[in-house]
Design a protein around this ligand. Structure first.
Ligand SMILES: [Zn+2]
Length: 263
């Protein structure tokens, strides 16, 4: 009994450390991204006046407590994206470990492989979330390598699971393609980015079927609530572009933790 508790505790702490490392990796990658929207902005600059910010703390979590990164020119505080990303992944990894080992799926993939796939999905989703929020960009490179890897691994180990994962990916992609087309017809402009359509494929492959229903519901509800709050507060107008990828990535990560792993 003691041994079981000790092993569980050690694995949990290991997963937490892995989450801190993964958070540092996602932050380092996201810091490299330079936007395309005007004014062109990167995370090393103040959001308000574009002056260079002081260099970030090595352990992002410290930025919660320290007086933190404040713009030397205008005094605006740097965003809390770095500590929040690290905190989110430090919480995600132990939960994913528990999901992979304590609640085995009915598939043939071993628990360590399931955990590895959940780790890769968590890292990619965190990166997609941050970059879409900060720059309204979704890179193909953050979607397709993981999409191919998830399908390949599921296909090699378990053909029956592959069918439901492909079904979810295609259904999700087709649904967002339909929204994309409707957006063009109704508004004569991109109401939804095409990156969101590609992300929808990955979303399906990450949550599978029937997890896709949960993920789409969470996406729709969170996006609707936040849009209404932003509209009511006057922060945005009706024609504002919604970085939908943020909601999809968040919903996919949450679904991984609350529904059985699909692979
Ligand atoms: Zn500034």
């Amino acid at each position: 009994m003691f041994l079981v508790v000790a092993v569980a505790l050690a694995s949990g702490l290991g997963a937490l450390a892995l989450g801190l490392l993964a958070g540092a990796l996602v932050n380092a990658l996201a810091d490299q991204v330079v936007g395309v929207d005007e004014p062109i902005w990167s995370a090393s600059q103040c959001r308000k006046c574009l002056a260079p910010l002081p260099s970030p703390a090595p352990l992002a979590l410290r930025e919660f407590f320290a007086p933190g990164r404040v713009c030397g020119a205008c005094g605006k505080r740097a965003s809390l994206r770095r500590p929040l990303t690290q905190l989110a992944l430090a919480l995600f990894m132990p939960a994913a470990l528990w999901r992979a080992f304590a609640t085995p799926s009915h598939g043939a993939l071993p628990a360590w492989a399931l955990f590895g796939m959940a780790v890769a999905a968590g890292v990619a989703l965190a990166f997609i979330f941050v970059v879409d929020l900060e720059h309204r960009l979704i890179y193909d490179l953050s979607i397709f390598p993981l999409l191919v890897a998830l399908l390949a691994l599921t296909g090699v180990f378990d053909r029956s699971r592959l069918v439901s994962v492909i079904f979810a990916a295609v259904l999700s992609g087709a649904l967002f393609l339909l929204f994309y087309g409707l957006g063009w017809l109704l508004y004569r402009q991109e109401a939804l980015g095409f990156g969101d359509v590609k992300l929808a494929l990955l979303l399906g492959a990450i949550v599978g079927w029937p997890g896709l229903i949960t993920a789409l519901l969470v996406t729709a509800v969170t996006a609707a609530i936040l849009s209404m709050l932003l509209l009511a507060s006057g922060a945005v107008d009706r024609r504002a572009f919604i970085p939908f990828g943020v909601f999809m990535a968040g919903a996919a990560a949450l679904t991984l933790l609350i529904a059985p792993l699909p692979w």
